[in-house]
Design a protein around this ligand. Sequence first.
Ligand code: SF4
Ligand SMILES: [Zn+2]
Length: 339
Amino acid sequence: MSRPFPTGPSDYPVDASSRDAWVLARRGNRQDVDVWQPQAVFQEDEPADGAGSVKAVLTVILTSRECPWRCLMCDLWRHTTPGPVPQGAIPAQLERALGQIAAGPLPPVIKLYNSGSFFDPMAVPPADYLGIARRLAGFERVILESHPAFVRRGLRQFQAALAEATPTPPRIEVAMGLETVHPEALDRLNKRMTLTAFRAATAFARESAADVRAFVLLRPPFVPEEEAVGWAVRSVAFAFECGVSVVSIIPTRQGNGALEALAATGAFAEPRLTQLEEALEAAQALQQGRVFADTWDLERFSDCAVCLPVRRQRLVEMNRMQRFVPPVACRACTRRQAH
Ligand code: SF4
Ligand SMILES: [Zn+2]
């Protein structure tokens, strides 16, 4: 039996088995990629605790196979290959990435993000685990992204490879998309993941002496505008309750074709910067762990060019310090004045 959507009309299938085709039909072009070259390599600082200390993080965006899921909001497929990644390609990419920082000291933390799941054997061949692990010697921590369904499959195998490769293996942190705890929205995101599965994958990682970070979406499709902040904060609270230690709040962005189609029907609209500010404030106030707001591309969520730089700086500072910074007062807009 079909049910009405929480916000606006839509032709998005209520039937889960039809959703993949709906999402795929709205895609644009995939970009040409080279599986022997990483997509991007950059360094940034990230708070290591709530006391203001930061650690340098080397982020390597690996070129990998497209994720097998078809999440409604995902645009990561644009920079992936449709077929399996050949053996040797991921270690070669890592080698190139590390070559770019060879002159400086090794940062303590490395993120290996592959636009899907590191533990997907078609994306990162398990036969390459040892070759990858050898190149991670010297790092304190390696952050790997994965759909919860793959965690049990690859985590301990990769930990074994790290233990074989180096006497002081880096600790693994698994980054998983929780997305939202809004029950209808989570189902319709087509991630094919339940909250029970997220909780179980987190528990398995923790039992395996790994840490977990979660991604929470701010205002995903089907979450009404006025409830967006509340559901984001509830989602952060759930992640911490499961045993997650870091949460990133990601404003949901258009760009994959499917969200544009939903937006045209009123079932989706991008969040506003004010909502991101409110969500970060409330989620940090939980004091259950570190919470970051994703500050990339904030222009698209801003309604006032005058205060945008100051608001961005405030979010950066709240990310870094993990504490409340007073809101920005702007004479040019009335949306959010200091109290
Ligand atoms: S599981 Fe992650 S990478 Fe895969 S389609 Fe969903 S959001 Fe994208
Ligand atoms: Zn303003």
